[in-house]
Design a protein around this ligand. Structure first.
Ligand SMILES: *[C@@H]1O[C@H](CO)[C@@H](O)[C@H](O)[C@H]1NC(C)=O
Ligand SMILES: *[C@@H]1O[C@H](CO)[C@@H](O)[C@H](O)[C@H]1NC(C)=O
Ligand SMILES: *[C@@H]1O[C@H](CO)[C@@H](O)[C@H](O)[C@H]1NC(C)=O
Ligand SMILES: *[C@@H]1O[C@H](CO)[C@@H](O)[C@H](O)[C@H]1NC(C)=O
Ligand SMILES: *[C@@H]1O[C@H](CO)[C@@H](O)[C@H](O)[C@H]1NC(C)=O
Ligand SMILES: *[C@@H]1O[C@H](CO)[C@@H](O)[C@H](O)[C@H]1NC(C)=O
Length: 459
């Protein structure tokens, strides 16, 4: 009996223990599963992120302005640079920008190309890369590539292409996506060394549509582009039947050009990212202003600098269109313009192509940065960014790297929506103000679109 009872009890207890441990195991598994999942999506990484606004510093830590100025004056800085891209130029075209000795250039296009993209380079040479497009805009078009040391055939083909067109720079690093920062900084190096006689520089990928005409207009008056160009609706009513409803967005916004407030406000409300200079001077509503101030934590000095640089104050609004058109930026302006992400966060989930560890970058936000596909620099910005890069730790994404450099150089990127970092849907009339659009890796499509826009007077 005892035995039986004992057995029964033991059996019961065992089952009980079994059940309990199974439940526990379930919880434990569930618990660890959740942790693994959260870990996978970067939840814990987020917990350990450092707040960007209060804490941002990025090596070299310390005041670098003196060193940068010393380098610009060709003097020895007190502290040695911490980051230099010391690759050699295999093809260097030293005469490219110096052909007309007394001529300063207005615009240099430097195209970041992959070595094997022969067709894309040909299409660019035959479309937006034509150097003599506008007689009053002396320009140069230059391609930069890396190396494919194991592929003799492709290297030989490139050498031949370079001999014919004399517009290819090659540096001796491996040409690959994760070496984009090297490619970008080698193009800076080349421009500073061999092509510093231009007022503006435009950096473009080889799969972009570019309207050279709109670029030339933009650099005259970035703060007002494209508003001051827009005509009243009447002008377009002539084309009414050809214009689709979706194309009308722009024209609606400008139907009251004379009423600047309404026009600008309408446009500004659509902007995902604040074009601060425009916003601040036109819509001086303290409450809203404060919200924005808090949001992007841009330091006040930068705001003031930029406001002055772009001379966008109320008196600009009183100018006639003609006056806006004749505007010319001063030579010492530090312009770094393109499609700007003011406050975006690093990818922390592990499967992302853009995953970034805390060790690599600890802050919860990136500094303001311009998407890499297309951006414009003035000469002063080029020089300051180049020498500041010597005191900026390498980062493998080139647009983020330039954002970090710009932050350290106190240059606030200037946002313009007409630099489309995605492919802007194409219709005959939707590209009037487009400066650049991504997604033109097909050379035939680029030629077709460019020819059509050129015929319409938009390219
Ligand atoms: C980048 O270029 C360097 C120098 O040629 C090379 O050692 C390295 O492997 C390249 N990196 C990638 C990711 O291709
Ligand atoms: C434009 O101005 C006219 C009068 O000047 C007004 O009737 C119309 O509503 C305005 N349109 C917009 C879109 O503000
Ligand atoms: C335009 O804005 C200014 C300043 O905010 C304001 O004084 C003026 O009344 C506005 N004009 C119109 C027509 O709304
Ligand atoms: C905006 O308004 C504030 C006070 O309301 C003033 O101090 C500031 O100078 C104004 N800014 C501009 C750009 O007019
Ligand atoms: C506005 O711009 C004009 C030149 O465009 C300049 O003379 C004037 O001082 C500026 N005003 C302010 C308040 O910044
Ligand atoms: C702009 O024009 C308005 C009205 O015509 C005038 O009251 C204002 O003083 C002008 N502003 C500037 C800065 O010239």
């Amino acid at each position: 009996m005892y035995l039986l009872e004992c057995c029964f009890l033991r059996f019961y207890l065992q089952r009980c223990r079994h059940a309990i441990s199974r439940v526990k195991l379930g919880y434990v598994l569930y618990f660890f599963g959740m942790i693994a999942l959260l870990e996978f999506f970067g939840a814990f990484v987020h917990l350990f992120e450092v707040t960007y606004d209060e804490n941002f510093v990025y090596p070299y830590e310390g005041n670098i302005h003196e060193f940068v100025n010393a380098l610009r004056r060709n003097e020895k800085p007190e502290v040695e640079p911490i980051n230099e891209y010391k690759y050699a130029f295999v093809l260097k075209q030293p005469q490219k920008c110096k052909e007309d000795a007394d001529h300063t250039l207005r615009l240099v296009y430097i195209i970041k190309s992959a070595i094997e993209n022969f067709d894309r380079r040909t299409a660019i040479r035959n479309s937006w890369g034509i150097e003599k497009r506008f007689f009053d805009v002396p320009a140069r078009t230059i391609f930069i590539v890396g190396m494919h040391p194991d592929d003799k055939e492709i290297e030989a083909k490139l050498k031949l292409e370079a001999t014919i067109y004399k517009d290819i720079i090659q540096a001796d690093f491996i040409d690959s996506y994760y070496n984009n920062t090297i490619k970008t900084m080698m193009s800076f190096k080349w421009l500073v060394k061999y092509c510093s006689n231009s007022k503006f520089y435009m950096f473009v990928d080889d799969d972009m549509y570019v309207s050279v005409k709109n670029v030339a207009t933009f650099i005259r008056n970035p703060a007002n582009y494209p508003f001051y160009l827009m005509e009243s609706r009447k002008v377009y009513s002539a084309h009414k039947r050809e214009i689709k409803q979706s194309d009308l967005m722009d024209y609606k916004a400008v139907s009251n050009f004379s009423n600047e407030n309404a026009t600008f406000n309408l446009k500004i409300n659509k902007m995902p990212f604040k074009s601060f200079a425009i916003y601040e001077s036109i819509n001086n509503n303290s409450k809203k202003d404060n919200v924005y101030k808090k949001q992007d934590g841009i330091n006040e000095n930068l705001r003031i600098e930029n406001r002055q640089l772009f001379k966008l104050n109320t008196s600009v609004l009183n100018r006639t269109k003609r006056q806006l058109f004749d505007f010319e930026l001063p030579d010492d302006i530090r312009l770094f313009a393109g499609f700007v992400f003011m406050r975006s966060a690093p990818h922390r989930h592990k499967f992302s192509k853009w995953y970034v560890s805390l060790k690599e970058y600890p802050y919860h936000l990136w500094p303001p940065y311009v998407t890499a596909g297309a951006y414009i620099l003035s000469r002063q910005a080029l020089l300051d960014l180049y020498y500041t890069s010597f005191y900026t730790k390498h980062f493998r994404f080139d647009d983020i790297f330039l954002g970090l450099v710009a932050k350290k150089a106190d240059i606030l990127p200037f946002h313009c929506e007409e630099f489309h970092f995605y492919k802007k849907a194409y219709t005959k009339y939707s590209y009037k103000y487009v400066i650049t659009s991504h997604g033109y890796g097909d050379p035939n499509e680029l030629l077709q679109v460019w020819n059509e826009q050129k015929a319409l007077g938009n390219a």
